[in-house]
Design a protein around this ligand. Structure first.
Ligand code: KIV
Length: 286
């Protein structure tokens, strides 16, 4: 295996080969993900909730995102890694956006960045791409600006917003984004978007017809149960396994079943006698 490139993602779309993507936030998990067939990883600003316990994504900072990106990219040998641009790291000015995208790449070691917004972010995406940084757009439900969208709800069920979503996709394609993440829109609309642009679409809650699918790792593995969206399929119950394993550990510690000889270091009898003798002579033990 080797690290895919943005050209591979375009080729996969052309060949009808689906792209798989997940979020990751730390070195240990990335070491496992890198052994799988997942081509694309996002160090998502969802780290704010699943790693830091915050209520939403708004409060995570550039410096915090860089810490997560650094940890992930050290273990990513076969996977293309994107750093999520946190809220207010790209909206204020084009210069600031390029500077912060550059920080995620230079300091965090990522291969590209993701940012939220379509038409309204077209110029910003252009500038970042012109600086040599691959960009994945993010349209539909955009969590950083969910309050502007009336909350966390499916987008594009009516003509006005559906039209805007198609315009957003086309604007990002024109700006040079290598792909677009589409969140929480009807499957039929995601199909129309996917068929009418030449860059890959990666869906989350956007149905079967996108060119790829992404899920939040903690949702997939059953490691985060504070809020689980309808579209998040659970492939494992690691939270339960962690709890059961730690309950077993506590029980074995209390009942002296752990550690056994196989987990202990022992001395030769002769060495033990010498140590005891020496300690006694110095009055250190009775
Ligand atoms: O940060 C995140 O987890 C995301 C998801 C939509 C994949 O952006």
């Amino acid at each position: 295996m080797s690290k895919p490139t943005i050209l591979d993602f375009k080729r996969m779309k052309m060949n009808g080969e689906k792209i798989s993507m997940s979020t990751v936030y730390d070195y240990g998990m990335m070491s496992q993900v890198d052994k799988t067939g997942i081509e694309l990883v996002l160090v998502g600003d969802s780290a704010s909730m699943v790693m830091m316990g915050n209520e939403g994504t708004i409060s995570i900072t550039m410096d915090e995102m860089i810490v997560f990106c650094k940890a992930v990219t050290k273990a990513a040998k076969n996977t293309f890694v994107l750093g999520d641009m946190p809220f207010m790291s790209y909206e204020v000015s084009g210069e600031k956006a390029v500077e912060n995208a550059g920080r995620l790449m230079k300091e965090g070691g990522v291969d590209g960045v993701k940012l939220e917004g379509g038409e309204r972010m077209q110029e910003t995406v252009k500038r970042i791409v012109n600086a040599g940084i691959p960009v994945l757009g993010h349209i539909g439900l955009t969590p950083q600006t969910a309050s502007m969208l009336g909350g966390f709800k499916v987008q594009g069920k009516d003509v006005g917003i559906a039209k805007q979503i198609v315009k957003d996709a086309k604007a990002l394609e024109q700006a040079g984004a290598f792909g677009i993440l589409i969140e929480a829109i009807p499957a039929e609309l995601a199909k129309l978007v996917t068929e009418n642009i030449n860059i890959p679409t990666i869906g989350i809650g956007a149905g079967l017809h996108c060119n790829g699918q992404v899920l939040v790792l903690h949702d997939m593995l059953g490691l985060f149960d504070k809020f689980v969206p309808k579209f998040a399929k659970k492939y494992a119950s690691l939270g339960e396994q962690v709890k059961n394993s730690l309950d077993d550990f506590v029980q074995e510690v209390k009942t002296e079943k752990f550690p056994t000889i196989e987990h202990s270091f022992l001395m030769k009898e002769e060495d033990l006698q010498n140590v005891k003798q020496a300690l006694k002579e110095e009055g250190l033990v009775n």
